[in-house]
Write a protein that binds this ligand. Structure first.
Ligand code: KIV
Ligand code: ZN
Length: 390
């Protein structure tokens, strides 16, 4: 059923799991703006919302369905008829609609969230998929808290929902609990033990409570999953979801994995900014791929190596993700090579002796000031070298 067995489908849930974060709520026009950017970026699926949760979410799914043409538009439901009826209604304008339904799969959820039994939950899962299937061909099933579920029960559930018509099976590590080898083994177990697994795409949905969401998603892909559920900047419940930019750039950087996405990586930095601005959610400066310091070199040893050959300290070209360029930041830890680089850039060509004078003056200044900018350098030259240069 997969056209390209090595293609990883990117399922973006910035507007659903991401938007659940307190303070990140968006208006429908803002969601449309982001959805259009996601379409340009080349995502395969946009999870547009949870229609039964509020009239605002219902309306957003309707409007996004109208506004977007290429990606699949997906709506979330719980495993009950009303949620599914409402989702199907909200998806009525979607060119490629998907209903994403599901239920808890761990004993913890079964007993303490649903006060139920494994047998009853299995029946509800099957019924939900069959019911969603009356409305749309494309039904994704999520086995919530699969990260902590008994693997044999999980396999039974996955086999049953595929038999009921699920086209995608989502194995969420809802609590960000698993280690990468545990999550990878879960996916492998399903690949090897679910008889009809070839009839569905396996999806990874990992949360970042232990900082392992991206690592777990990659482990899932290495073991046979072909969809990743992720968000821009990794935003999402608690510590967040898998970060889309990280997954996409890992697959691009590590060609040996033999997997690829259809993401236009040069649009990554722009959409990261759009999401941080519209959602009012700052990105930590050291965030991989999109943080302000992701391509900034500040220690003397790194700067010297970088200036000799960028690849000494650069595994991703900043322009590949739409970042303007790498920067050599001048601090008290910088060396002469970095200072010379900036002075040359500003048109001050110094000989060895002049550079030594400039460097001493620079260190004094850098010890007393956090960042050294172009004005500082011009002034430094004027103060300490004007007579020598003229
Ligand atoms: O984390 C989770 O389990 C979810 C499901 C609703 C897919 O977000
Ligand atoms: Zn989630």
């Amino acid at each position: 059923m997969l056209h390209d067995p090595n293609k990883v489908h990117i399922f973006d849930t910035t507007l659903r799991d991401g938007e659940q974060v307190p303070g990140c709520q968006l208006s429908t026009p803002q969601k449309i703006e982001i959805a259009k950017s996601l379409e340009l970026l080349g995502v395969d699926v946009i999870e547009a919302g949870f229609p039964v949760s509020s009239p605002g979410d219902f309306n957003s799914v309707i409007e996004l369905s109208k506004a977007v043409n290429d990606p699949i538009i997906c709506a979330l439901t719980r495993a009950n008829k009303n949620d599914i009826d409402v989702a199907a209604d909200a998806l009525r304008y979607a060119k490629r609609p998907r209903i994403h339904t599901g239920i808890g799969s761990s004993d913890m959820h079964i007993k303490t969230k649903f006060n139920s039994t494994r047998e009853e939950i299995l029946e509800r899962a099957i019924e939900a998929v069959k019911y969603a299937k009356k409305y749309v061909e494309d039904v994704e099933f999520y086995a919530e808290d699969a990260g902590r579920a008994d693997i044999e029960y999980l396999a039974k559930m996955i086999e049953a929902v595929i038999a009921a018509g699920a086209t995608v099976v989502n194995i969420p590590d809802t609590n960000g609990y698993c280690l990468p080898d545990q999550y990878g083994s879960k996916i492998l177990y399903l690949k090897e033990n679910v008889k009809n697994i070839d009839k569905a795409i396996i999806s990874c949905h990992c949360h970042n409570d232990l900082g392992l969401a991206t690592a777990n998603s990659i482990a899932g892909l290495q073991n046979g999953a072909r969809q990743v559920e992720c968000t821009i900047n990794g935003i999402g419940e608690r510590a967040g979801n898998t970060s889309m930019e990280e997954v996409v750039m890992i697959l691009k950087t590590h060609k040996s994995l033999g997997l690829h996405t259809h993401i236009n990586t040069q649009g990554i930095y722009e959409i990261s900014h759009q999401v941080r601005n519209l959602m009012n959610m700052p990105v930590q400066p050291n965030k991989a791929i999109v943080g302000a310091n992701a391509f900034a070199h500040s220690s003397g040893i790194h700067q010297d190596g970088f200036l000799k050959n960028r690849e000494n300290y650069e595994i991703i070209k900043p322009t590949d993700v739409g970042f303007p360029d790498a920067t050599i930041v001048l601090t008290a830890r910088s060396g002469r090579h970095a200072l010379k680089h900036h002075l040359d850039r500003l048109g001050h060509t110094l000989d060895k002796e002049q550079l030594a004078i400039a460097y001493t003056a620079f260190l004094d200044l850098a010890d007393s000031k956090q960042g050294i900018n172009d004005d500082d350098l011009n002034q430094l030259v004027a103060l300490h070298l004007a007579t020598k240069l003229s």
